[in-house]
Design a protein around this ligand. Structure first.
Ligand SMILES: Nc1ncnc2c1ncn2[C@@H]1O[C@H](COP(=O)(O)OP(=O)(O)OP(=O)(O)O)[C@@H](O)[C@H]1O
Length: 612
């Protein structure tokens, strides 16, 4: 780390430019031009050497040995360096190196204290213009490549494939030494802000779901404040319009929060239901054990008088913003009988989506039947559509409780599932739940818009053959190619989501880092040491914060560059050896410090705080 002190305020705007690099013509140096041979090469100053020294760089290159560890003896130093500046304290991060002084020290530049501190008149540096060259990956220390790997890493014979091992190898002068695995090696170009966030469409979708979980849909007046450990009840359906019944009962759906886990659930209440015998609940346990991606999970059921009646309440997982198939495809006026299919009939489900629904529902039925249960309710108003073409059978288990008295053979109930499934297909193909009331018309309408294969499976499901149907036959009718396509699409969707997740991978770490910086910076309550953030490690962290967040451009306007922030925080989190220049707010002093050193400052200060 090097400490630079600016002897007097200067507005000089000179950018550090590597030899051969195009100088930015928009930046006008205001200092008088010196003979270039008199001016020390900044590469020597910053990196310790200049690789262009023998390749035409015409600046002055003092040999490393010629540096004195005392500031006054350093060659190439500006004659304008004040005594005050020369004696300015040197910041050494705690724990950065055992050879470094652990505290702010004005005397650390002794002959015995490596590394030597480089002093330089600061009139060559404009802090807000000079950072590009340093921060670009061309800086000294351990440069990082575009993928965020230390460049040395690739030169190691062990580099390829070594990421899976418990460490990686980096070269040093003594050969290859094993380093602990750097879990923080980032996987994406570190400067790209876009690569750090999930896609806009997914973010929008997830945000809408989060919002739906938090906002209440209707007034919650008259609802119990607490119900068997659930609170914040909010009705999920509009109370206007005709109320349909589930068998002979009215039902209402609420979203409520579970007091134990804080998660939102759906409570389906069956009004005026009197439980005759507790055995009616026997199937609830079996249903709660069923886990299938196309079945809304049942959690528990109970009876209650909290609504001033005898109610049955069955608790399900909540899928925010889910539509029912009824809402999605059957809300519009029935069109199938009247019009030819055209773009003006948007609600009619496409054949591809219909096959996807059929495959998903068949898979759900298979699981239910294999568990010795029957779905018993396959109504478009009880099947949820969630995300892209994802269907979930809802309200499962309720009929078993409600119809417990009328004992029925499970095999017969399973056969009824197939018929309900067939009716559902006809309803979706014809755009109305009453389609099946005239099978001939329904078949005609279906054939007009859908393939023979859809017709075959729908007819098979609603027919009453001599032999009982089974789900394997249904899946045969769906056909292997369609099931394989369904599987392909699922995998593609998983890949897409994983890709989005990768973008967010680093953000948890960066958030923790931001928290640490937030805990550390500006703590006026630490009055027992009033200059808490003005000295030592904390001062470096404060300047680093300014460097990351409070940069201004050449016109003094704030730079609001997310990529810069992401890049800086990633480098800090990793603790790369790349050096940056930190400048005090009064521009009177600046520090050249590596991310590694700033990281050590952050860690030690945070540990101080944690120790109280
Ligand atoms: N598990 C769930 N997660 C999220 N939303 C749900 C869930 N179950 C039901 N809903 C929503 O609750 C609303 C009401 O459901 P309900 O079954 O009462 O539908 P409905 O169309 O109003 O039927 P009915 O006319 O029979 O009451 C629907 O809009 C549905 O999307």
């Amino acid at each position: 780390m090097a400490y630079f002190s600016r002897p007097q305020a200067s507005n000089s705007a000179i950018r550090i430019v590597a030899p051969g690099e195009q100088e930015d013509k928009s930046i006008k140096p205001q200092t008088p031009k010196k003979d270039s041979t008199q001016r020390q090469c900044r590469n020597v100053l910053i990196y310790g050497s200049c690789k262009f020294q023998d390749k035409g760089c015409h600046y002055y290159h003092p040999s490393i040995e010629s540096y004195s560890t005392t500031p006054t003896a350093a060659p190439g130093l500006s004659t304008g360096l004040s005594a005050e500046a020369v004696n300015a304290p040197v910041f050494v991060p705690k724990g950065a190196s055992s050879s470094l002084s652990p505290t702010l020290s004005a005397t650390s530049t002794t002959a015995a204290s490596p590394p030597p501190i480089d002093y330089q008149s600061n009139d060559q540096y404009n802090p807000y213009l000079s950072t590009d060259a340093i921060d670009s990956g061309n800086a000294g220390g351990m440069p990082m490549d575009a993928m965020g790997y230390p460049r040395d890493f690739h030169q190691s014979p062990f580099a390829e494939g070594d990421l899976s091992m418990n460490g990686f190898y980096a070269s040093n002068q003594a050969g290859f030494v094993r380093q602990p695995l750097n879990y923080h090696i980032y996987t994406r170009p570190i400067d790209s802000a876009n690569s750090h966030f999930i896609s806009d469409s997914l973010r929008e979708e997830l945000q809408k779901r989060a919002e739906a979980t938090q906002t209440s849909i209707g007034p919650s007046m008259g609802l119990p404040e607490e119900l068997q450990g659930y609170h914040s009840l909010a009705p999920l359906e509009e109370t206007t319009g005709e109320r349909r019944k589930v068998f002979s009962w009215h039902s209402t759906v609420y979203r409520a929060i579970n007091a134990v886990d804080g998660v939102a659930y759906v409570l389906r209440r069956i009004e005026n239901y009197r439980l005759a015998q507790s055995s009616a609940f026997s199937s609830i346990e079996a249903w709660s054990r069923i886990r299938h991606p196309n079945i809304v999970r049942l959690r528990e059921a109970f009876t209650t008088r909290a609504f001033n009646d005898n109610s049955l309440v069955v608790v399900y997982d909540y899928h925010p913003n889910a539509l029912t198939l009824q809402d999605a495809h059957l809300k519009a006026k029935p069109i199938a009988y009247h019009r030819s299919r055209s773009a003006s009939v948007p609600d009619l489900v496409s054949e591809a989506a219909l096959w996807s629904y059929i495959a998903q529902i068949a898979s759900a039925i298979k699981t239910v039947h294999e568990a010795g249960l029957a779905v018993r309710i396959l109504d478009p108003s009880k099947i949820l559509l969630y995300g892209k073409n994802r269907v979930h059978l809802g309200s499962c288990g309720i009929v078993d409780v409600l119809m417990h008295d009328t004992r029925q053979d499970i095999a017969a109930l399973q056969q009824e599932d197939f018929i309900m499934f067939g009716r559902l297909i006809f309803a979706l193909c014809c755009g109305t739940t009453t389609a099946i009331s005239s099978l001939a018309k329904a078949v005609e309408a279906l054939s007009r818009y859908y393939s023979n294969d859809i017709k075959s499976i729908a007819l098979y499901l609603v027919s009453k053959p001599g032999n009982p149907k089974n789900i394997a036959q249904v899946l045969d009718l769906v056909g292997r190619p369609r099931l394989v396509r369904e599987m392909d699409e699922l995998h593609t969707a998983v890949d897409r989501v994983e890709g989005d997740l990768m973008s967010e991978l680093e953000n948890g770490r960066l958030f923790r880092l931001m928290c640490k910086l937030g805990f550390i910076n500006e703590r006026p309550e630490f009055a027992r040491e009033p200059r808490w953030s003005e000295t030592g490690d904390r001062y470096i962290i404060k300047l680093f914060r300014d460097y990351v967040f409070h940069q201004v451009d050449e016109n003094g306007n704030p730079v609001l560059n997310m990529s810069h922030v992401l890049s800086c925080l990633n480098k800090l989190d990793i603790g790369v050896e790349e050096r940056i220049m930190l400048v005090s707010r009064d521009e009177q002093s600046c520090l050249v410090v590596s991310y590694k050193e700033v990281k050590a400052c952050v860690d030690s200060t945070f540990n101080d705080l944690a120790r109280g």
